[in-house]
Design a protein around this ligand. Structure first.
Ligand code: FNR
Length: 385
């Protein structure tokens, strides 16, 4: 079945009197999700850093490009599959790591539900270090779909090693090391509401289930000790000097998340990184940085096919996915859209978001005459302004 056939399913459902339960457009998804989430989560999920100019720019950047339609190609069959780290995946989509996902469902098991969404869609789940269930329980829900683990590198190296080895043992197939969040960015919406879930002891299950962290807190810690121990170790500012150590911890592919400069990309590959993840954290970390999409072509040129390039930040539609692919991404991660789907509609809500994105991507490839991802080159785009 083609991804685009999701529309047939929806139209047939409507003929049978069943209208879709979940929205199709990002603004509406955000509206219904925020109405469902408790107030302390709304600013954390929807907000960004500073004026939120970077966050807006991320989503707006895609409109500066147009995909040029090509005709007479009878693109009745499309192939969206991609090979990443030796695994053939049905599509180039990934679920971006989201640290409070666990709190986004009423039962507080949103990370497990994220993995269930992966199992249902074939879209790999990248689990954050900041989970509400231990990474082992989350991995167990992923079905046949690969999962990756995102590492916030703790200052305590033994704890970092423990996380990596646990992730490896639990079956995660790649390690995504996030570089831009060793310190939280300036987030006025969260500051105004005094809201930072981890300081309330939330999303720390990977720490509280860890033997090394237990050594650090001592036995039976009270909640204050747990949080203060976490504060003390959370954010090691990873440098080039740390990369050989990270490399020595695991044979898993290492993907560096947050790379936006071609020189950083080149140097990362020379240092043994296996994948480059272009992202500005959805504009949550540093304002004034422009759209992540603007940095993608130069980074992709610097990588020059030596490793997969993954992109996120601002992807809201199928045409956004296609534009990121045409500008050099091998895979595209979805952030807030699936979080909103999960918050509003649980697993079916997030499955709907991903299936809708895949359907739209597939149908644009069909209509515009681009049958494979390899056909999506920079020449397929026109820069409008
Ligand atoms: C994130 N992101 C993130 N990234 C990461 O590496 N580890 C994490 O724990 C989190 N946590 C997190 C929480 C929330 C609420 C959001 C919205 C995002 C960043 C995420 O992986 C991705 O880079 C952005 O979500 C992409 O931007 P958009 O497309 O969601 O706007």
């Amino acid at each position: 079945m083609a991804f685009g056939d999701y529309q047939i399913e929806l139209y047939l459902g409507a003929l049978g009197g069943v209208l879709p339960a979940h929205p199709f457009d990002h603004a509406e998804r955000e509206r219904v999700a925020l109405a469902t989430l408790p107030p302390e989560l709304r600013t954390y999920v929807a907000g960004g850093s500073g004026t939120e100019g970077t966050q807006r720019a991320n989503a707006e950047a895609f409109a500066r490009y147009a995909l040029i339609p090509r005709m007479l190609r009878a693109t009745t069959e499309r192939d969206l599959s991609v090979e990443l780290f030796g695994r053939r995946l049905p599509s180039p989509l990934l679920m971006a790591p989201v640290g409070v996902l666990g709190l986004c469902t009423p039962d507080q098991h949103g990370d497990i539900h994220g993995a269930e969404v992966a199992a249902a869609t074939g879209v790999p789940f990248i689990g954050s270090t900041l989970m509400s269930d231990p990474l082992e329980d989350v991995a167990a829900a992923r079905g046949d779909t690969p999962a990756w683990f995102q590492l916030y590198t703790p200052k305590d190296r033994a704890l970092a090693e423990s996380f990596v080895h646990r992730a490896e043992a639990a079956g995660y197939e790649a390690l995504v090391v996030t570089l831009d969040t060793w310190v939280p960015g300036w987030r006025p919406r969260d500051l105004a509401s005094g809201n930072f879930p981890q300081l309330r002891g939330k999303a720390l299950a990977n720490y509280t289930s860890d033997p090394r962290f237990a050594e650090m807190t001592g036995p039976d810690p009270d909640p204050g000790t747990t949080v203060m121990t976490w504060v003390g170790t959370f954010g090691h500012p990873v440098t080039w000097d740390d990369l050989p150590w990270l490399r020595s911890l695991t044979d898993l592919p290492i993907v560096l998340k947050g790379i936006c400069h071609p020189e950083d990309a080149r140097r990362a590959l020379d240092a043994g990184a296996d994948g480059i993840y272009v992202s500005n954290h959805g504009g949550r970390q540093a304002d004034g940085g422009g759209a992540a999409l603007e940095w993608l072509p130069d980074v992709a040129a610097a990588v020059d096919g030596r490793a997969p390039v993954i992109f996120d930040s601002g992807v809201r539609t199928g045409s956004d996915v296609l534009k990121a692919l045409a500008l050099g991404a091998d895979a595209v991660a979805i952030g807030r859209p699936y979080v909103y789907g999960l918050a509003h509609g649980g697993v079916p809500g997030a499955v709907h978001v991903l299936r809708s994105l895949l359907a739209e991507t597939d149908l644009i490839m069909a209509v515009d005459g681009y049958p494979t991802l390899a056909d999506l080159t920079p020449e397929a785009l026109r820069r409008l302004a």
